[in-house]
Design a protein around this ligand. Structure first.
Ligand SMILES: Nc1ncnc2c1ncn2[C@@H]1O[C@H](COP(=O)(O)O)[C@@H](OP(=O)(O)O)[C@H]1O
Ligand SMILES: [Mg+2]
Length: 353
């Protein structure tokens, strides 16, 4: 399967949803959202989920979607619902042909609520299932940092198509890895990057603002000649991964550069294009199960860019079990050539706990 239609729909759906999340991000930054407005992230999350699921359902009506949100709270909150509808109804791709590919705008408020609710799949090992995180990196979105609009297609439990819209990363694949350098506080046109991958066909990046059907450019993980010079990235939130364990691993590898801390799957995109080298996410809690929508796109994009992604025990991430990665603990993503070296140290550090 070439998955060319799925890729096109996923890219354009993520681009259209990113227009909406950017609007909310900038209204928040400008302070134009009134105090009693619900959290901007709620508005952005629901709106982006509606736009993306509507496009999937118009193009692939039989596909299922695992989405983070459901609309029951919105059906009772007319003010919030209308606020989101205003944004959803007003968001179009500038390229009319591209908008047509998505099946056009959502027809009504009811259709918007139904689209949000269609993200209720339990996931699993059979059939075509999309994993959607409309705003990944909630904390980054709220603090004016990195966030990502994430969409992946799994077929029989394997990720086949992965797309990440990162509105606050620099377009330039060669830009240095810095969590804040690309942040689009001014809403100038042309900021942000769209990462994509199709299984067996490599990974690409292209500007998020180009709404047409342009091809992206190939991206690749950087070759790490000397692991002591590697740059590793990790979550900003210490509650999401263990900064202490990650620091101990870097120290054992003689990595002296400080980590780059960044919210969302922008970390996967960044290492895939060689802006960083290693992504470590070691569990803080023994019971937390990672969500498939937090990893599906990034896992494929990194592997297609020449990387290896496993959990902290060396197992591939298993997306076939349901809404969570219940068979995995943590994430270790690195270029193929050095992954086993990193993993050995991960195991050593974790075994001493
Ligand atoms: N205890 C925990 N351990 C690991 N990940 C967690 C967590 N609690 C929440 N998360 C997930 O971490 C994601 C953000 O990852 P990161 O720290 O890399 O930015 C969140 O996605 P959302 O922001 O979409 O809710 C959330 O799903
Ligand atoms: Mg998330």
């Amino acid at each position: 399967m070439s998955y060319s239609k799925e890729l096109k729909v996923a890219q354009l759906a993520v681009q259209r949803a990113s227009i909406l999340t950017k609007k909310v991000f900038h209204e928040k930054a400008k302070g134009t959202l009134s105090k009693d407005d619900k959290s901007p992230v709620t508005i952005g999350d629901f709106g982006a989920q509606a736009l993306i699921i509507a496009a999937i359902k118009k193009n692939f009506p039989d596909d299922q979607v695992v989405g983070e949100e459901e609309a029951s709270s919105l059906r009772d909150d007319v003010k919030l619902r209308d606020q989101i509808w205003g944004l959803v109804d007003g968001t179009r791709l500038s390229d009319a042909e591209a908008e047509k590919v998505l099946g056009g705008p959502i027809e009504s408020v009811e259709a918007m609520l139904d689209a949000i609710d269609a993200g209720n799949s339990a996931g699993g090992a059979k059939g075509r299932i999309w994993a959607l995180d409309p705003i990944d990196g909630t904390k980054g979105f709220l603090r004016g940092g990195q966030y990502a609009v994430c969409l992946a297609l799994m077929v029989d439990g394997d990720v086949k198509v992965g797309v990440l819209g990162c509105p606050n990363l620099p377009i330039d694949d060669a830009a240095p890895l810095d969590a804040t350098s690309g942040v689009d506080q001014t809403d100038a046109e042309g900021k942000g990057v769209l990462f994509s991958a199709v299984y067996g066909q490599g990974a690409t990046s292209r500007p998020l603002s180009v709404a047409g059907l342009a091809k992206g450019q190939s991206i690749h993980m950087k070759e790490v000649k000397d692991i002591t010079q590697a740059t590793f990235c990790e979550s900003v939130e210490a509650g999401h991964s263990s900064h202490g364990d990650q620091h101990a691993i870097a120290t054992k590898l003689n990595i002296s550069k400080p980590s780059v801390r960044m919210d969302s799957q922008a970390k996967y995109g960044s290492i895939a294009r060689g802006a960083g080298d290693i992504y470590l996410r070691l569990p803080v809690s023994a019971t937390y199960q990672e969500k498939i929508w937090d990893h599906a796109s990034g896992d494929l994009i990194v592997r297609e860019a020449g990387g290896e992604v496993t959990d902290s025990l060396g197992k591939r991430l298993d997306f076939s079990i349901g809404r969570t990665l219940s068979a995995n603990k943590g994430v270790v993503a690195a270029p193929k050539a050095v992954h086993s070296t990193v993993l050995e140290v991960v195991k050593e550090v974790l075994s001493k706990k």
